[in-house]
Write a new protein. Structure first.
Length: 378
């Protein structure tokens, strides 16, 4: 249970669809999307390009009109309310700062449009610029700031008038890798201090996992799974989700059981998944796909280790926090390469060595083979 489980639902989307019609064809950008977002949480829409995440965000903001479905925010039907009356703050991918205005003027712009008093504008601008940690930049122009500073100013401008909902559309995509890591932590800090309900759009899985309270994984205009970061990563409900989030190994096998599931691979090898929650009822044709993360496997220098897969070390990469082994699993005439991440180098294991790869039952997950075939056909 997360800290937001007892909070009220502030945004409720039901059966949202969006069709873009051209002269000769049409594109279904959203297909029956439904989700609830809780007060104060950071909710991320995650998926590859073209999956519908930005279209969902633009429908919430009012920049796109849904073809069907409803968007309810605090009891108000957003579909009939123009964007400027929705009290939403939005940060765009390009930041959209006014280049000819100072930082102070950029942040104050929305408050002037709302005709607040000069004293109120000064108080709000000073407070929000302090929140983002850029008090010394108020007289500068956007071109005089770094990319990370511009991003924080864009965030300050969106927050200065106390929006009830904050929308962030891939706000870190223009930053270099190291700055993205720093800024995602800053966004999380600012969002929690401001206590504003936030919807975050990204295609970066690590970014989503690190800052979100919950994540909706999207594909082809539909939601594939909604859950906390650990639920999405550790217990994906489909091969599609498992394949998109993080590194993954998939091995075809036949499934048998007289107790704990027994997996037979195309060679004569077998693995018994002890302490596994796998139900054989999900595999009526006995064909399955073993899914396991690289860090959930273990390498043994004893190539004859029982209850393991035999293979040969093809590549060893030292990545700092982990050592990644590329292991070619012996699968008759169709060998397959898998990834195995270890905390440190395995003593006695070098390139070309035969090894055993151990799979622990409580970490492994089985999917019906039909899911893999459907994924390959897309």
């Amino acid at each position: 249970m997360t800290e937001h489980d007892n909070n009220r639902i502030t945004l409720s989307i039901r059966n949202l669809s969006k069709i873009f019609r051209g002269k000769h064809d049409q594109v279904q950008a959203l297909d029956d999307v439904s989700l609830d977002i809780r007060e104060g949480e950071l909710f991320t829409l995650l998926g590859p390009s073209g999956c519908g995440k930005t279209t969902t965000l633009r429908c919430i903001a009012g920049f796109e009109k849904p073809s069907s479905g409803t968007i309810d925010f605090l009891g108000r039907d957003f579909t009939s309310i123009p964007p400027f009356r929705r009290n939403i703050g939005m940060v765009f991918q390009s930041y959209a700062l006014f280049p000819h205005l100072s930082i102070y003027e950029n942040v104050a712009y929305g408050l002037k449009i709302r005709k607040l008093s000069r004293r109120d504008i000064e108080d709000k601008v000073n407070r929000i610029i302090q929140l983002v940690g850029l008090e010394a930049t108020q007289k500068r122009k956007p071109s005089e700031l770094s990319g990370g500073q511009q991003q924080r100013i864009a965030l300050a401008r969106a927050l200065v008038y106390d929006p009830q909902l904050l929308l962030l559309d891939e706000p870190l995509s223009n930053l270099d890798a190291k700055l993205r890591v720093y800024m995602r932590e800053e966004i999380r800090r600012i969002q929690q201090q401001a206590k504003v309900t936030t919807i975050y759009v990204t295609h970066d899985q690590e970014e989503a996992l690190s800052i979100s309270d919950r994540i909706a994984v999207m594909h082809a205009g539909k939601i594939s799974q909604i859950g906390s970061p650990d639920e999405i990563y550790e217990n994906p409900i489909s091969i599609r989700v498992a394949d998109f989030i993080g590194q993954a190994n998939f091995l075809a096998c036949s499934v048998q059981t007289d107790g704990d599931p027994v997996l037979w691979f195309r060679s004569t090898e077998q693995i018994t998944l002890e302490n596994s929650s796998v139900s054989i009822r999900n595999f009526p044709d006995r064909e399955g796909i073993l899914f396991v993360r690289p860090e959930q496997m273990e390498i043994s220098a004893d190539a004859n280790h029982p209850n393991s897969l035999r293979g040969e070390v093809k590549v060893i990469l030292y990545l700092g926090s982990v050592v990644r082994y590329y292991i070619e699993i012996f699968q008759d005439h169709d060998p397959q390469e898998i990834l195995v991440d270890q905390d440190r180098r395995v003593r006695g294991v070098e390139l070309g060595d035969p090894v055993a790869v151990l799979v622990h039952g409580q970490d492994a997950k089985l999917f019906p083979a039909e899911q893999k075939r459907q994924l390959e056909q897309v």
